[in-house]
Ligand binder design. Structure first.
Ligand SMILES: [Zn+2]
Length: 123
């Protein structure tokens, strides 16, 4: 009887170990899928992808002309190649809703860094 009990306990213990291992594998797989899903809905990545498209580059060229080749923040002249797209309403707080061209301004990289996620009125 006591031998049966310890056999049962040993079997139960092994089954629990197997379940724990399976649970760990499922958790890792879930995390992997979540990370993948996050990259496809991450507004920052969505924006970066858009900017590389023809539509994104066309917008940047038009905006550059519209801003008269000047930084929207400091007003000094800006080289097209240096111009970075600033989100007036920050992605951090507005998510995908911030990804509309009306929300974008071209800035010097240093001006963009200085402003960060503060909301500035450029008008
Ligand atoms: Zn500037």
């Amino acid at each position: 009887m006591s031998n049966d009990s310890s056999n049962n306990l040993a079997r139960l213990y092994n089954e629990l170990l197997i379940l724990l291992k399976q649970e760990d594998e499922i958790r890792k797989e879930t995390e992997r899928r979540l990370a993948k899903a996050k990259t496809s809905v991450d507004p920052r990545q969505e924006f970066n992808r858009w900017l590389q498209t023809n539509a994104g580059q066309t917008w940047k060229q038009k905006q550059f002309r519209y801003q008269d080749s000047k930084c929207a923040a400091c007003g000094n002249s800006l080289r097209f190649a240096d111009a970075v797209v600033h989100h007036v309403r920050p992605l951090k707080d507005f998510g995908a809703a911030a990804n509309t061209p009306e929300n974008f301004k071209l800035l010097h990289p240093s001006c963009n860094l200085k402003i960060g996620t503060k909301i500035v009125d450029f008008s």
